[in-house]
Design a binder for this molecule. Structure first.
Ligand code: X8Z
Ligand code: ZN
Length: 615
């Protein structure tokens, strides 16, 4: 029980709301005849009032955040902080906290939908309790400042005899994916980490403010507050993530060994014993390893395509499953391509999807370039958008216009990304080069395991990120040991080592955007990855009756019906039940591991005689 639930409520407020409910009942005699417990009426009236008050402020706050993320400026950042502050004042008002606690204390007299909404109100209030207005204000300002520092950061690359260069995040990623020159790789990897130092003071401050608010509301810390949205404790979430990481560990160790040797060959050096040097890998955090498989250039089919192709092709995939075309406002209001360098405009470089008004105003922020990574990312983001569209219907209360859990929201677009990477589909839309068509199936399977959110990704998401943030918010990592703590987890879960000393001032953890602006939630992606393979396995085997590794969802309305059956529920049902009813199984990495079974056999042979693992 939280502290808030333990405190008494202001009875006058409660009675006032009760009277409002009685008036509502009088105006609607049909409802009264149903003879529902009076507390049910009270709760419904309170929720209605809450939505009426909070929704417009949420829309204003989303609009201000959108402006701040798509056009970084001091004025936008100040407006964002102001709008968020106004929202927080209402959502976390003392009265809201007390009424919600009181009602949840009698939840056995309330229907399930009402309890679910009250839980959402309780958790939202815990983010900004009106009992601590100064701390809420300080946090809001610190959040806006940290986002502006992150989104407005310009990377500077200094190389002997060359003028300063200012590579974008896309430029850095391109070098890390393509360059075979270890000196150049190291230079770009180090530049990619230069954003950590300026973000260090801000993340420490935010940790303390976030914790202070969560603790005042009875949670152990901010991490526990975020996990509570799953109806779980921190210990349960970490145990779950550990189980998922352990299920995939034998496959990961084989992939790690194979990749280390493949990269050593590519760079013309000997493979080191144990861990892989971080700058060898084609991703800033080693979270996935694209383009490692020789012989298939996944980017080739996108070269020379118009810039609109990627997002429009992703839309065509969803439409083929019976989803509607995206509203015109999506295309008008989204910000899908890199900012023109000449414009001087700075925008957040990380992809995201936005549901501005919990109705039809849906948008995405991306920096799409014509390559395979953005092809997958666009499918991911449109998954969020189609989730928003599917549950924005009168039967789903505003407060439950969310995923079955946050991981479902992440998993759906990833699922369509996985489907859009299947060869039969790629061939049908002319995205399969003759070389890729001829390549053995194992080549594709290997690329799927290494890239995107898959086998290589899980140790990062369930391991490094989840453990680091758990430790960070629980105070288990000293303020002067952030880098040590970060690299300990990276080494343990991912088998990756920094290319040299990483002094504390550098703060490598803060280079990952989610640590700053989507905090204590990265397990969403780990669980979303597992759910993706569970759903995919079910769709391929039970609906399409095709091989999960060579299947084609495109144009199949039965697949669309199955997915809409999940999406249209929003958060009105328990997520465990939704998963079980959809797939017949609880949360498990079994289908993910099964998907890669032929690969596991192949890897064992490839790695024969090599030392597997790193400890
Ligand atoms: O942040 C994202 C999405 C936006 S919700 C692009 N992802 C994680 C990341 O990039 O670290 C998708 C996979 C993991
Ligand atoms: Zn996402």
């Amino acid at each position: 029980m939280t502290q808030a639930e333990g405190r008494g409520v202001d009875r006058r407020e409660f009675l006032r709301a009760g009277m409002a409910a009685a008036a509502a009942v009088a105006a609607s005699p049909g409802a009264a005849m149903a003879a529902r417990p009076p507390i049910q009426e009270v709760a419904e009236a309170i929720l209605e009032e809450y939505v009426r008050d909070v929704l417009p402020l949420m829309v204003a706050s989303n609009e201000a955040s959108w402006a701040a993320s798509t056009d970084v400026s001091e004025a936008h950042s100040a407006a964002q902080a102001e709008a968020m502050q106004r929202l927080y004042e209402k959502a976390g008002a003392r009265r809201v906290i007390e009424e919600t606690a009181r009602l949840l204390g009698q939840k056995d007299q309330l229907d399930d939908l009402t309890v679910r909404q009250l839980e959402k109100v309780r958790l939202a209030a815990a983010e900004s309790p009106g009992t601590l207005p100064d701390v809420v204000k300080a946090r809001t300002e610190a959040e806006a400042k940290q986002s502006a520092a992150q989104d407005g950061f310009a990377y500077t690359l200094r190389r002997d005899g060359k003028p300063d260069e200012h590579p974008t995040a896309n430029d850095i990623d391109r070098v890390l994916v393509n360059s075979k020159d270890l000196g150049e790789r190291l230079a770009y990897w180090e530049v990619s980490k230069s954003i950590g130092a300026p973000l260090r003071p801000g993340i420490l401050k935010l940790r303390d403010l976030r914790n202070q608010l969560a603790r005042a509301m009875g949670f152990d810390d901010f991490f526990a507050l975020q996990v509570a949205d799953y109806g779980m404790t921190t210990a349960e979430m970490v145990a779950l993530c550990d189980r998922l990481a352990a299920e995939v560990r034998p496959l990961y160790e084989q992939l790690h060994t194979w990749a280390k040797h493949a990269l050593a060959k590519r760079y013309g050096v000997d493979a080191p014993a144990g861990k892989i040097p971080a700058h060898w890998l084609p991703n800033r955090w080693g979270q996935n390893w694209p383009s490692l498989v020789e012989g298939v250039d996944m980017d080739a089919p996108f070269k020379g395509k118009p810039k609109e192709y990627i997002a429009e092709q992703a839309e065509r995939f969803y439409a083929s499953l019976g989803f509607p075309k995206l509203p015109q406002s999506f295309w008008r209001k989204s910000d899908l391509y890199p900012a023109d360098p000449k414009s001087g405009r700075k925008k957040n470089s990380h992809a995201s999807a936005w549901h501005i008004d919990l109705r039809e105003d849906v948008r995405s922020l991306m920096s799409i370039e014509p390559d395979n990574r953005w092809f997958t990312t666009a499918h991911h983001e449109l998954g969020h958008i189609y989730y928003y569209i599917s549950y924005s219907r009168p039967e789903v209360p505003y407060l439950l216009r969310a995923g079955a859990n946050r991981a479902f929201h992440e998993g759906i677009g990833d699922l369509i990304g996985l489907a859009a990477g299947q060869r039969p589909y790629l061939k049908s839309v002319g995205l399969l080069t003759p070389e890729a068509e001829k390549a053995p199936a194992i080549t594709f399977l290997l690329d799927t395991a290494l890239d995107g959110s898959s086998a290589v990704f899980l140790p990062f998401a369930a391991g490094t990120m989840t453990h680091f943030e758990r430790d960070f918010y629980a105070g288990k990592i000293g303020d002067e040991k952030l880098n040590e703590g970060w690299w300990r987890h990276v080494g343990h879960f991912q088998g990756i080592a920094p290319p040299g000393d990483r002094p504390e001032a550098l703060c490598d953890a803060a280079t990952k955007t989610h640590i700053n602006d989507d905090p204590a939630q990265y397990y969403d992606y780990a669980i979303g990855t597992v759910i993706k393979f569970q759903l995919h396995d079910h769709i391929a085997r039970e609906i399409l009756r095709q091989d999960p590794r060579e299947c084609n969802y495109f144009g199949d309305e039965k697949v669309g019906d199955f997915l809409r059956g999940i999406l249209r529920l929003g958060a009105t049902r328990d997520w465990n039940a939704v998963l079980r009813e959809a797939t017949g199984e609880g949360l498990t990495a079994r289908p993910l591991v099964a998907y890669f079974e032929p690969l596991m056999e192949w890897l064992r042979k490839e790695n024969a005689g090599r030392e597997v693992g790193w400890s």
